[in-house]
Design a protein. Structure first.
Length: 104
């Protein structure tokens, strides 16, 4: 609720995790698409964020270790798989991992 830039929170925007309110299961994701526990210094600001981006407001002790330390599903969305299949059918180059190569 204090940071003006999500990617570069300035000094003074930090809050002690034991005193913070967190929004989990929201539409906001952290690095590499992992679930994010977004911290706030007060419950009202956390709740306003939750209303805009979904999720639920919790305290640190309510966040399961697996939420922040568990594996992240990095499988491409189904639409990506459809594009890979279409490219293969059309004879377009596709990398061994299934990623599409750039088309010109």
């Amino acid at each position: 609720g204090k940071a003006t830039d999500w990617d570069k929170p300035e000094a003074g925007a930090w809050v002690d995790a034991r005193a913070a309110w967190f929004v989990i299961d929201s539409a906001v994701h952290g690095g590499m698409g992992a679930p994010e526990a977004v911290p706030f210094s007060d419950e009202a600001t956390a709740d306003a964020f939750r209303e805009k981006r979904g999720g639920k407001v919790v305290r640190l002790g309510e966040i399961a270790d697996s939420y922040v330390l568990g594996p992240v599903d990095l499988a491409p969305p189904p639409s990506h798989q459809n594009h890979v299949a279409q490219d293969q059918e059309a004879g377009q180059p596709v990398s061994p991992g299934g990623a599409m190569k750039s088309h010109q």
